[in-house]
Design a protein around this ligand. Sequence first.
Ligand SMILES: NC(=O)c1ccc[n+]([C@@H]2O[C@H](COP(=O)([O-])OP(=O)(O)OC[C@H]3O[C@@H](n4cnc5c(N)ncnc54)[C@H](O)[C@@H]3O)[C@@H](O)[C@H]2O)c1
Ligand SMILES: O=c1ccn([C@@H]2O[C@H](COP(=O)(O)OP(=O)(O)O[C@H]3OC[C@](O)(CO)[C@H]3O)[C@@H](O)[C@H]2O)c(=O)[nH]1
Length: 386
Amino acid sequence: MGGRVDLDGNQIKPITICMIGAGGFIGSHLCEKLMSETPHKVLAVDVYNDKIKHLLEPATLAWADRIQFHRINIKNDSRLEGLIKMADLTINLAAICTPADYNTRPLDTIYSNFIDALPVVKYCSENGKRLIHFSTCEVYGKTIGAFLPKDSPLRQDPAYYVLKEDESPCIFGPIEKQRWSYACAKQLIERLIYAEGAENGLEFTIVRPFNWIGPRMDFIPGIDGPSEGVPRVLACFSNNLLRREPLKLVDGGESQRTFIYIKDAIEAVLLMIENPARANGHTFNVGNPNNEVTVRQLAEMMTQVYSKVSGESSIETPTIDVSSKEFYGEGYDDSDKRIPDMTIINKQLGWNPKTSLWDLLESTLTYQHRTYAEAIKQAMSKTAAN
Ligand SMILES: NC(=O)c1ccc[n+]([C@@H]2O[C@H](COP(=O)([O-])OP(=O)(O)OC[C@H]3O[C@@H](n4cnc5c(N)ncnc54)[C@H](O)[C@@H]3O)[C@@H](O)[C@H]2O)c1
Ligand SMILES: O=c1ccn([C@@H]2O[C@H](COP(=O)(O)OP(=O)(O)O[C@H]3OC[C@](O)(CO)[C@H]3O)[C@@H](O)[C@H]2O)c(=O)[nH]1
């Protein structure tokens, strides 16, 4: 770990990071990376710590003196400012960020993604502390191309669908489509952070993740999360595969996404942390433009990969169609296509994603099978017996 240098050849000094939302999917991978490959200290803030337990215990771990867990709900805890003051950098990951919540719990979604983030921005600005804030690719909303006639040749032109941080508009649906409550709250907090930078000199970086996936993402309903809960697509499809039930394709599974392996994405975040002069004042797309699929193609690929890693044949009807109203309820809407432009992150940090969709699904589904298959079998045989 000694003698590490930044992209400009300068020695990297150990810093203290206040990481809010450290107990979640991205936070757990970022903590792992910081503990195993850097000398930095982490003040890990979250209401849960199950996903980082392996980094906190036992006290004999090599990094035990570099990570502290603080069980804090940032909505209402006066200890937050003190932790931000103690740190050199704050990273805010805390959010409600599962689409099933956006239209069914719009108030919680807006409070979580805007109101609860306000004190974090304020404390950083007032105390002269650097902030890396996690926004989302959802701030782009729908592509311009989505509004062209289906057979328009312009739909093939990247100018109508590639999403650029400094050029693309943010296109959301009408207010009654409450799906956009999350994207809109994220957009407003981005604008507030940008304004704090412009008017009060806040040093900030905004991250727009494009569907980062991998181990520890969300939960498997009825095993380590509520039975009726609806996680993001990776966990929904993993759950279906583990239970040998058809994967549900919302509105035909026609929407397109680009998926990036969490470990590639974490490399980008580490570059931001350790190269403030190159990252401050920027908004970065972080995704893998080479891994684009429709949701239907994702379902087909996951079915094939799961069959390979589990040794089980796939079921006769691997997918079924379901309407978005049935699956998510009233007020759902969708982003049609999400291809990140990589020019800015490439220029500033020289970063590019590496892992193909097949490879990232293979390692992720191996983890899902190893972690959950036995528990699911037991839960299912218990239900059958009752
Ligand atoms: N995973 C992705 O692909 C993705 C895509 C776009 C945006 N993001 C953004 O990245 C961030 C992290 O996402 P994630 O996938 O790790 O989600 P996650 O749900 O796994 O992690 C969020 C964490 O924040 C914590 N948290 C929420 N409210 C809190 C509060 N009031 N006080 C303390 N802790 C609180 C949760 O307990 C959770 O551990 C979010 O801001 C999300 O909007 C993620
Ligand atoms: O069982 C299912 C679950 C989902 N779908 C469809 O898959 C698409 C992707 O869904 P998901 O990963 O759950 O979420 P989104 O990509 O729409 O949104 C996320 O993107 C980034 C983030 O900000 C945070 O992670 C979040 O908002 C979608 O089209 C679903 O309808 C399915 O067919 N079947």
